[in-house]
Design a binder for this molecule. Structure first.
Ligand code: MLT
Length: 262
């Protein structure tokens, strides 16, 4: 277990509920910049850097998303937070589901964005393991360029030049060792439909309608498995819906959180 660096906004003392948001691969907590502002108006928003990314060390543990979930649990302990609303986008969502498997009592509600509950197919797993090897040999710079059209929707690639530039920079900053570790950890992850079916907490599932990595049907499959799940679709956004259309993403999360208060 390692001690995660994190960024915060909003205030707990002003009544804002604690909301922890876990970032996508191969980015960092910097991807939540706009959500720290938007959701920080009503919540204490806590955005950790997952191990190896941003300001967090990689550590020596073998690759596993269970380690990432334990890192987040240790952060909650350090911040003295008994329960939180926990959200994650893509890889962040995988870690949310792993934490739910290990410590369901620590979450009061969940946000699963542009992610999926299914395990990798054998082919997808092989691609991840090959990516880990090539990144270790050649560095991660090329991967950022290759991944960009998959991370972003076609509308963003065509029209939101500044967003594409920012995401390219964030992905290029990822250390090769962290990228390789995360690829191997994601390749090992089990299906999480069982933990979703067993959860009693409310869950908001968000997806960009142009997401090709975790498309709308994967989001719908999670909603179908959840006893208390609901779907919000972000139009004209891809895999990084929270970055591509922060206002619409933030409004969907705010409406969900407001309803929890009632
Ligand atoms: C992510 O955005 O975190 C990754 O695309 C997740 C994945 O590769 O499955």
């Amino acid at each position: 277990m390692i001690s995660l660096a994190h960024r915060e906004s909003g205030s707990h003392s002003s009544g804002g509920r604690p909301l922890v948001l876990l970032h996508a691969f191969p980015l960092s907590s910097a991807m939540w910049l706009e959500q720290r502002e938007i959701l920080g108006r009503s919540c204490r928003v806590i955005t950790p850097d997952q191990r190896g990314f941003g300001g967090s060390p990689l550590g020596e543990d073998p690759p596993s998303l269970a380690e990432c979930a334990d890192d987040v649990l240790a952060l909650l302990d350090r911040l003295e937070l008994e329960t939180v609303v926990l959200g994650g986008l893509s890889m962040g969502g995988y870690v949310v589901m792993e934490l739910l498997r290990r410590a369901p009592e620590r979450v009061s509600a969940l946000i699963l964005a542009d992610t999926k509950a299914a395990a990798d197919s054998p082919e997808a797993r092989d691609v991840r393991l090959r990516t880990a090897e090539s990144v270790e040999q050649e560095g991660a710079a090329q991967l950022a360029e290759q991944m960009l059209p998959a991370l972003l929707g076609r509308t963003t690639m065509e029209r939101r030049i500044a967003v594409a530039g920012r995401v390219r920079g964030l992905a290029a900053a990822a250390p090769a060792a962290a990228v390789a570790w995360a690829c191997r950890a994601m390749a090992e992850r089990p299906s999480s439909f069982d933990v979703l079916s067993a959860t009693s907490v409310p869950v908001l599932v968000v997806v960009g309608d142009q997401d090709t990595l975790s498309p709308v049907d994967e989001a719908q499959a999670m909603v179908d498995a959840l006893p208390h799940g609901r779907l919000a679709v972000v139009p004209e956004a891809g895999h990084l819906s929270a970055v591509e259309d922060p206002e619409v993403f933030g409004a969907a999360v705010t409406a969900f959180l407001d309803e929890l208060e009632r």
